[in-house]
Design a protein around this ligand. Sequence first.
Ligand code: PEP
Ligand code: MG
Length: 538
Amino acid sequence: MMQCSGKSVLDGVAIGKLYLYQRQEYVLKKEIISDVEAEKKRFWDAKASAAAQLDELYRKALDEAGEEQAMIFDVHKMMLDDGDYLEAVIAKIEDEKLNAEYAVLETGKSFAEIFASMDDDYMRARAADVKDISTRVVRILAGVGDGGIHSDEPVILLADDLSPSETVQMDKSKILAFVTAGGSANSHTAILARSMNIPSLVKTELELKSEYNGVTAVVDGFTGTLYIDPDETVLKEMTAKRERHQQEQKLLKELKGKDNVTTDGRRINLYANIGNTEDVAKVLESDAGGIGLFRSEFIYLGREDYPTEEEQFEIYKEVISRMAGKKVIIRTLDIGADKQADYFGIAKEENPAMGYRAIRICLDRVEMFKTQLRAIYRASAFGTAAIMFPMIISVAEIRRVKEIVEEVKEELTAEGKAFGEAELGIMIETPAAVMISDELAKEVEFFSIGTNDLTQYTLAIDRQNQSLDNIYDAHHPAVLKMIKMTIDNGHAAGIWVGICGELASDKTLTKTFVDMGLDELSVSPTYVLGLRKTIREI
Ligand code: PEP
Ligand code: MG
């Protein structure tokens, strides 16, 4: 048995086999080939393998998600058989003597550009698909895997570190726990693990060895311990601990349908945070009163191109409809810093957390911002939506945002498109926003405090920097004073104030927040019922 410890991101016990996550990066080189026929054969073989993979994906999606979701793989297969596409690849091999990988890559790019320049939304969306099928063929040609989890049973995933875009792409049903050698408990990857309700450890500093693959292990999220090849005693003890935890979770379920009210009658709204449509089931299961933070940027991650208005509309509509009248607060795109997508073409920055991100990008790329706002407004006709804007630092920013919102509504009206209303709020996650929260409160209908970033900017401690995790202290008096000041200024202007950062689920502070007069707490669905219990005991 081997044992090591890390930082836990969620309570709970997972027992299962280890699976070493293989991130296979590759550098594609342009080569001039001499044997054209051999190169063409390489291409045809790779294309056949890609088609077989797509068949398999279609079958899997059909079983797990239904016909509508599975269709995409059928479309990919059709595109892979497109005569013009195939001709273009072969021409590059025959005429330019390019290696098959490069010929496919170049063809994919030029076809994607053609699709992207079309007027029709549906056709524009095909740009991402043609890039996707080309990447699939290139990966097969280059002999590199897709970084997926190829296991029949759910596993404990071992990785050096994971990025948010890698995490969102993973097949969640295959993961019992994450264990990373590096990483920080405040990172978005940790937040995702929490929202997926899986006990995970970061910063274990474990040396990743291929012989760990397939070995039984235990993750104890209560103590932050990983046991590899546990002995009988540990296995027995941990199995019992897992059962006890499951029992406790069951008991919490009895609080479903009950009010979040303190013994002296103070009511707190308890909402849940989500990153995608799959999380809605967990929100409903948790009996949260609404969604207090939909991190919409996750829609933009792990793909090759911008999501279109239609794609986004469908996603927001699904979430809003399924919440059936309960409030859904959608945070507009908060890309940048650790959440990166190549197609945004954001230049490398010295200090990305303080760089070109979130509302700064949206106010700069207004058309892209409008696409998202149009989708949200159209979807808001299907229930109760609210919109909040991240990383605000000035009154001018929110005034500009409101102008754009008005333009979007006018445009939708002129086009005769149906849309609903949405409450408008901002995230308070910079010390600047706190200090001018009296002025900002006059501009919006609510504040939601993002304590993850507010802590990092107040204490000048990078939330991603694992070596500073021990002093990243969200309980710091400066952070608590900022929260109090925001609540007071919000209330003075007659608006409600909530917290949607990770601190909202810290039960040791629930009474403090209630005493401060906070109106709402938005937490990972996993924490809703536990927090209800705490509130009801105050
Ligand atoms: C926050 O900063 O507290 C927040 C909720 O936003 P994110 O964690 O996505 O940056
Ligand atoms: Mg934030």
